[in-house]
Structures are given as structure tokens and as C-alpha cells.
Design a protein around this ligand. Structure first.
Ligand code: ZN
Length: 231
């Protein structure tokens, strides 16, 4: 009778183990999805930065254009004037604009260097992201496979378990199930050298003798688990 119960317990333990494993799958999936999202966010922020720099550069280009037009207009005026002081005043204004143009062009150059750096970063990140995507796709496929395998194991074990259960006395089965649920590990445990291996307490001589005789179901007086003789 206890042998059947021990087999049933073994299947129940396996079922419990698999159910625990199945429970971890959604979190594992979420972790993979989070990695993908983080990757995408990194790429997007680099792209955003590149676009921003391009906008800034175009604005500087426009600023240069406006000043270049002013310079050319002033040069025409300078060419047309006959007055010496006006000629000089126009010359100062031209210098001022040309200085500004040089400064803006320096800024533009800095922006272009920065844009090149970001472009290189982006290329490196894209390579990295592609590799991560591949790896995550593989891991997701593995999870799918694992999920299917666990599901089918669970089904097999559940069927086997219900067949076993029909061969066990109803009262005993009910006692077993209550214990198994409340103890969390095992409902039926061995007694070794007079010690219950469920709670590791010494049982009374009478209990030990009862277990050895094997004529009835004996429970550990400390933890209540059903005892069997390991020898
Ligand atoms: Zn015990």
C-alpha cells in the first residue's frame, strides 16, 4: 500500500516541480522582451541625436548664407560709393560679418565631427543590436520548446497520477493529499535510525515498532507525516 503511495508521491513531486518551472516562463519571456526594448531605445536615442545635430547644422548653414548675402550686398555698395568714410564703414561691416561667418563655420565643423562620431556609434550599436536580436530570437524559440516539453510532461504525469490514485484507498489518498499540500515537500517519509526524515525528530519506540511491523499506517507524532521503513 505504501509503495503505491510512494510512487504517487514521486509523480506529485514531479508535477509540482514542473508547475514551478512553468510559472517562471512568463518572467523569462518578459526579460527577453525588456532586452529588446532597451536595445530599440538605445538605437532610437542615437538616431534622435543624429537628427537633432543635422537640424542644428542646417540652421548654422542658413546663418552663414544670410551673412554671405549681406557681405555680397555690402561689397556692391562699397564698390558703388565714392565717399571714403562710407567705404570704410562698409568695410568694417563686411569684416564683422566675415568674422561671424568664420565662427559659425567653426561651430559647424564641430557639429560635423560630433555627427560622424554618433554615426559610428549608431553603426556599432546596430551591429550589436542585430546580434542581440538573433540571440533573443533563439532564446525565445528555446522557451517555446521548453514550454511545450513541460506541458507534455505535465500531461503524461497527470494521467499517470490519476491512474495511480484510483488504486489507492480513498481515505488514505485524502490523508496523503492533505499532508502533501500542507507540508510542501513530502507526505510520506522514511524513518531512519528511529528518526523521521521529514522533521528530523526521533520518534517513539512504539511508533518505530509500528512502522517496522508495517500492518497499519503510522504517522510521525511530531510532524504528522506518514512513515515507512527505509530498510
Ligand atoms: Zn516527522
Amino acid at each position: 500500500m505504501l509503495e503505491k503511495l510512494l510512487i504517487l508521491q514521486d509523480r506529485d513531486q514531479k508535477i509540482r516541480q514542473i508547475q514551478l518551472e512553468v510559472k517562471t516562463l512568463p518572467q523569462q519571456r518578459k526579460n527577453l522582451e525588456a532586452q529588446l526594448a532597451a536595445n530599440a531605445a538605445t538605437l532610437e536615442s542615437l538616431k534622435q541625436r543624429a537628427r537633432q545635430l543635422e537640424i542644428e547644422r542646417k540652421k548654422l548653414e542658413l546663418d552663414v548664407g544670410v551673412r554671405a548675402e549681406s557681405v555680397s550686398r555690402l561689397k556692391t555698395q562699397q564698390y558703388q560709393t565714392r565717399k571714403n568714410d562710407e567705404f570704410q564703414a562698409l568695410g568694417h561691416e563686411i569684416d564683422r560679418y566675415e568674422n561671424e561667418i568664420r565662427k559659425i563655420e567653426d561651430d559647424e565643423l564641430e557639429l560635423m565631427v560630433l555627427a560622424d562620431k554618433i554615426k559610428a556609434d549608431l553603426t556599432a550599436e546596430e551591429t550589436k543590436a542585430a546580434a542581440t536580436r538573433d540571440s533573443i530570437a533563439r532564446q525565445t524559440a528555446d522557451l517555446d520548446e521548453k514550454s511545450k516539453a513541460l506541458e507534455s510532461q505535465l500531461q503524461g504525469l497527470t494521467t499517470e497520477r490519476s491512474n495511480l490514485a484510483t488504486k489507492i484507498d480513498e481515505d488514505l489518498l485524502a490523508r496523503f493529499e492533505r499532508l502533501f499540500k500542507s507540508k510542501g515537500d513530502a507526505a510520506v517519509v522514511a524513518i531512519e535510525h528511529g528518526v523521521c526524515t521529514g522533521c528530523h525528530m526521533k520518534v517513539t519506540t512504539a511508533t518505530a515498532a509500528g512502522v517496522k511491523a508495517g500492518k497499519e499506517i503510522v504517522n510521525c507524532e511530531n510532524c504528522g507525516r506518514i512513515l515507512y521503513d527505509a530498510q
